[in-house]
Structures are given as C-alpha cells and as structure tokens.
Write a protein that binds this ligand. Structure first.
Ligand code: HEC
Length: 229
C-alpha cells in the first residue's frame, strides 16, 4: 500500500487527537469524528477521498495496481495542480509541453486513417478503465474514447461542450500531413498544444491504441463520415 500523503496523514492524526481528547462531536460515529470546519477545501477533499471510505480504494484496476495507486498524481498532474486551474506560468507551460512532445509515439508507417465506422463507435463509447461497483472487462469489449462526453462531432448524436465542437472537422480543416499530425498529437497527448488542458491523454495513458486512434481519426476526417456531412 502507498504511503498516505502528508495532508491525509495530518488529518488522520488530527482525528486521533479529537477522539483521544474526548472532544469528538456528540453522537457522531467516533471513527469518523473529524472537524470538517477546521479543514481547508484541499484538506477536506483529501479526507473525503482517502480517509472517509467513500471510495473502494483497494479495488484492483485494469492497468494493474489499485484505485488508491491510480489516485496518485503523476508529474503532469502535479505541475498542473499547483497552478490550481489557472493559466500556467511560462516555465510550467514549457515543461509540460516538452514532456508531452517527448511522450508521443508515432505509427511506424506514418499517420493513417482507419475505419470511420469503428471510430464512430469508439468516439461514442465511454467503456474502459472505469472502476466502481463493477470494473470494465476489456476482454469482452473495446476501450472507447468517450469523445462525445466533451465534444459535439456528428449531429446524429448528442455531444458535450466541455471541449470545442468538432462537427465538420475534416471538411473544414482538410487532411494535410500537418493537420493529421496535429489531430494525432491532440488525441495522443493534447498537452503538447494545450498545456494543462482538461482533455485526457488517450495515447500516452494507453487507453487508445494505434488502431483505435486511426479509426477515430477516420471518423473525424473521412469525407464519408457523418462528422463531415
Ligand atoms: C474531458 C473532456 C474531453 C474529452 C473526453 C475529449 N476531449 Fe478533446 N478537447 C477537450 C478540450 C477542453 C479541448 C480544447 C483544448 C483546451 O482548451 O484545453 C479539446 C480539444 C480537442 C481537439 C482540438 C480542437 C481543434 O479546434 O482543433 C481535438 C481534435 C480533440 N479535442 C479531439 C478529441 C477526440 C478525438 C476525443 C476522443 C478520443 C476527445 N477529444 C476527447 C476536452 C475533451
């Protein structure tokens, strides 16, 4: 098991003092006797995730390890969390961008478009790497890209608006080599163009493999695809 973060450990220590000192809130379950009002929002978030037993943290996840291990931030999360959702300073921006560029692996034969019909299903599907009461079984179903959760693509399906609309993407942007590389990079690791973006790193995280990226790109660029109607 991983070590608790200093903040979570501090909160646990605080809880112990409360209980040991006999000043826990009356009638409250003593194991949960923590004074929320004394916490900063960050401390409260850490407490709720790591200490309050709301999440099943020892559940196994598909990439190996446990949910608790998945919660541990990698270097990019840390760099982007420090700025607290604001705009990255120049130094963070350059470091995040450089690390993202280095992470991108290109297909041996160059970037090509795959099968837009499979891409359509993958762009729609949110299946894969989920944890909760039941983990996703990757042997039974392909991992999707969940693009519609944040983007509108073809208009025959309803998309989200956390990201910009990608309707008519291939028709308006064309299929030059530079354009295909940009789209590939965006799907593989978007921090290369948008440091600290909310868009996931699908290639870098291993959620989408080379074929899945090619198929989703076909869905975005193929003139036959409903995205370009
Ligand atoms: C969690 C939300 C989220 C998901 C899921 C997501 N994106 Fe994005 N995407 C964004 C955001 C936000 C931006 C805009 C960049 C920014 O401002 O951070 C973006 C930008 C893009 C762009 C660049 C847009 C342009 O104008 O050139 C492309 C291409 C893109 N996404 C493709 C995809 C594809 C394909 C998928 C699915 C495999 C996907 N996105 C899934 C949030 C998301």
């Amino acid at each position: 098991m991983l070590k608790k973060t200093p903040i979570a450990a501090g909160i646990a220590a605080l809880a112990t003092i409360f209980i040991a000192g006999g000043c826990a809130v009356a009638d409250a379950d003593k194991s949960n006797a923590v004074d929320y009002t004394a916490m900063t929002p960050e401390e409260l978030a850490e407490h709720l995730i790591f200490e309050a037993n709301g999440f099943v943290l020892d559940q196994e996840v598909q990439e190996g390890g446990t949910t608790r291990q998945r919660m541990v931030q990698d270097d990019l999360h840390k760099a982007c969390s420090v700025i607290g959702g604001g705009d990255p300073d120049q130094e963070t921006l350059e470091a995040v961008r450089a690390a993202a560029a280095e992470s991108i692996v290109y297909p041996e034969g160059g970037i090509e478009l795959g099968d837009w019909e499979r891409g359509r299903e993958l762009a729609w599907s949110g299946f894969g790497y989920r944890v909760g009461h039941k983990t996703d079984d990757h042997s039974a179903r392909d991992v999707g890209g969940n693009c519609y959760n944040c983007h509108q693509l073809a208009t025959d399906r309803t998309g989200g608006n956390l990201g910009p609309s990608l309707t008519g993407y291939g028709k308006t942007r064309g299929t030059s080599e530079a354009m295909l590389k940009y789209a590939y990079d965006m799907i593989y690791n978007p921090h290369v163009y948008f440091p600290c973006t909310n868009m996931p790193r699908f290639g870098h995280s291993g959620f989408l493999d080379e074929q899945a990226i090619a198929d989703i790109m076909a869905y975005m660029f193929d003139p036959e695809s409903p995205v370009n109607e």
